[in-house]
Design a protein around this ligand. Structure first.
Ligand SMILES: *[C@@H]1O[C@H](CO)[C@@H](O)[C@H](O)[C@H]1NC(C)=O
Length: 673
């Protein structure tokens, strides 16, 4: 009986080694069990659950060897199970004398699994010399960023495309974790020329971003050049992900590491890079810099939108950071920590293998000529950039008729408008004083960034002169929060839109905003920050508040927004915050904000909260409310004055212009300092 079983099992085993498919996507070896106890069990279900993502659920072939590399068919053992659907089992009790050997197994997987995340084909070597070496460590050096550090499967083919399987060939290395090597001396008639490709974990094929270059060491110290990940993570906190997917090394002058002739001790994304002088056969290591690709979850922590400011006509496709800051003000940080580039149809474009003139988070991207496609870029910014930022009012300190141009430099503005601008803005936006975005004027800027401000020099304009510009800034959380009101959400987007204007807010919530705001923050009510640029908002200004008009939106509907203000830190404001002291909160008359139109759906608030005089506002009228001001009366009490004009033609409702007022009690108001 047992010899019958033996015959069947061996026949099955031999047939499974030969796959009818010409696929050759082969996993690494797995050794789950050892032969102690009942025997050696390498069952597929166990292996799939203990090695998640590393084995296809439906292999088309299986191969078993002893852990020292002897094919299973040569051990004399009888196998209980040996097929790709169930896996492998050798039961000690079935063996004639002695027990089972210790086995490892690997699988051939079907095309659909292999192709989920596959690298290109690589052919870095040819069989001249000792043989054809397509090992993973050498491929990582020759094709940086293009291979994952821990592939889950490998395919090998001759360069003419014939798949080559490991079984029956005497290859020195054939394994996804090590790559492939064919040694001439081990082959009858020498090696052919092979190419390899790898199947990578899914995370490798998700979007990934590329860091800037880091150069922490040079070859004159410590016997070589080390750019190890642990060291770089400590030296540049927040600028590199903990678990890079790829690494690229170049000399500081930009030569790819694979062309220097140096031999590397370490060159992989988990450990980093190291070149040791003593290993260079008399020479020394070059001075290297390294950069990394990082996984989606790190890139996406604080990411800009995609930008596509140029197309490849003309000299090429220029998506450089300095031009993007002008074209998309406030939306890019000044010092991005990573960049992603894809074609506009979404195909990722990695730097190696593509000759791009610029590809760096600190400089952006440029493809110069030849056959550039149309690319888009986005950046990963430091986390501070994605925390709430407040937006200042516009400043216009200069005009183009004096001093040969229009300069709105930060240092000058800071001295003129002390306390109205943070010393370290995160973003800057420039427009002409009539509201045209700076990038549309055709002017060339000497400076345009949040650290310097803007400067337009007449002499650089090719005959024309500079427009008259105004600038505003976004400021960091710590500045905005020094003296900040609570959030206001007085309207929702039904009707004409979401009106959170300052005049209306003063009426609805008179207390906190009677002081003069110096900055404004806007978020959706679900707390997603929104900037004035890149959105089509009618009003976004600390002196006027915020307005989103439904008709002006792409989808025809505004979201529901809330606003808060940063107030000038003044004696009055801080006294006001400590209202328990009973002191008067403000001694100044506040400058009126500009006029705003109130659609009639504001009438409820109007009626309840403001004016006894307007008892029956018309249902189809609009009211123009303007020049609201706060005036201090006595302790904790103030008066709000506004001008109201009825915009409809209904004659019976209101006098055309009404001064209105209301007493406001300031006790118990919340304000943060
Ligand atoms: C800002 O612009 C000035 C003038 O063009 C330049 O010197 C400076 O390096 C720029 N700063 C940054 C962070 O790009």
């Amino acid at each position: 009986m047992s010899s019958k079983v033996f015959a069947t099992l061996v026949a099955l085993a031999t047939s499974t080694l030969i796959s009818l498919s010409n696929q050759s996507c082969i996993t690494q070896w797995f050794d789950h069990d050892d032969p102690g106890g009942n025997g050696d069990y390498e069952l597929l279900a166990d292996l799939v659950s203990t090695n998640p993502g590393q084995i296809c659920p439906n292999p088309i072939a299986i191969e078993a060897q002893t852990i020292s590399g002897q094919p299973a068919s040569q051990t004399g053992n009888i196998f209980q199970v040996y097929n790709p659907t169930s896996g492998f089992a050798c039961v000690n009790a079935n063996q004639v004398g002695g027990g089972c050997a210790d086995y490892k197994v690997r699988f051939t997987c079907p095309e659909d699994w292999c192709s989920i995340c596959r690298t290109p084909w690589f052919d870095r070597d040819n069989p001249g010399g000792k043989g054809d070496y397509e090992t993973l460590s050498l491929t990582l050096i020759t094709y940086p960023l293009q291979v994952c550090a821990q592939p889950i499967a490998i395919e090998v083919a001759t360069i003419s495309g014939t798949p080559v399987l490991p079984a029956g060939n005497n290859f020195q290395v054939y394994d996804p974790t090590q790559g492939f090597a064919c040694v001439n001396a081990q082959q009858n008639g020498g090696c052919q020329d092979y190419k390899v490709r790898f199947t990578c974990p899914r995370s490798f094929c998700q979007p990934k971003c590329i860091t800037r270059w880091f150069d922490s060491d040079n070859p004159n110290t410590n016997g070589g050049d080390s750019e190890l990940l642990t060291v770089l993570l400590t030296m540049y906190p927040g600028e590199i992900c903990q678990n890079p997917l790829g690494i690229e090394a170049q000399t500081v002058s930009g030569q790819p590491a694979s062309q220097t002739g140096n031999v590397f001790q370490v060159y992989n994304p988990t450990t980093g890079f190291s070149c040791i002088n003593a290993n260079q056969g008399g020479g020394v290591c070059a001075d290297y810099k390294v950069r990394f690709t990082c996984p989606e979850e790190w890139c996406s922590k604080c990411r800009t939108p995609w930008f596509d400011r140029d197309n490849p006509s003309g000299k090429g496709d220029y998506e450089t950071l300095s031009l993007l800051i002008i074209r998309y003000p406030l939306q890019v940080c000044a010092q991005p920590i990573a960049i992603e580039v894809t074609t506009i149809s979404g195909t990722p474009a990695l730097p190696p293998g593509n000759i791009f003139a610029v590809y760096d988070p600190l400089q952006g991207f440029a493809c110069v000529n030849g056959a550039c496609q149309d690319y888009k870029v986005r950046f990963t910014c430091p986390l501070s950039f994605c925390q709430t930022q407040c937006v200042t009012r516009w400043f216009d300190s200069d005009n183009p008729d004096t001093n040969g141009g229009d300069s709105e430099l930060l240092t000058g503005l800071l001295s003129m408008y002390h306390k109205y601008i943070c010393p370290n803005p995160l973003g800057i936006e420039a427009q002409t004083i009539s509201g045209q975005p700076a990038y549309q004027t055709g002017n060339t800027f000497q400076a345009y960034n949040s650290t310097s401000g803007i400067s337009c020099v007449n002499a650089n304009q090719g005959g024309g002169i500079c427009a008259d510009y105004k600038v505003r800034f976004t400021c960091p959380e710590e500045w905005c929060s020094k003296c900040r009101t609570s959030w206001f959400d007085r309207d929702n987007p039904s009707g004409l839109g979401d009106y959170e204007t300052l005049s209306l807010t003063i009426i609805t919530y008179p207390q906190p905003v009677c002081a003069q705001p110096i900055a404004i923050e806007v978020t959706t009510i679900s707390e997603t920050p929104v900037l004035p640029t890149g959105n089509n908002f009618q009003v976004y200004d600390p002196l006027q508040g915020f307005e989103c008009v439904n008709d002006q939106q792409d989808g025809g509907v505004c979201q529901d927004y809330k606003v808060r203000y940063t107030l000038r830190e003044s004696k009055a404001a801080s006294r006001y915050g400590k209202s328990a002291s009973g002191e008067s909160w403000a001694s100044e008359r506040v400058t009126p904000p500009d006029a705003v139109v109130i659609p009639i759906d504001m009438s409820t608030i109007w009626r309840e909260a403001v004016f006894d005089t307007i008892r029956h506002p018309p249902s189809d009228a609009s009211l123009l409310v303007s020049h609201c001001q706060c005036e201090n009366l006595k302790q904790r009490l103030a008066m709000i004055w506004c001008d109201v004009t009825e915009l409809t033609t209904q004659p019976h409702t209101l006098p055309t212009k009404t001064a209105i007022s209301r007493e406001v009690d300031y006790r118990g108001q919340s304000i943060t300092h």
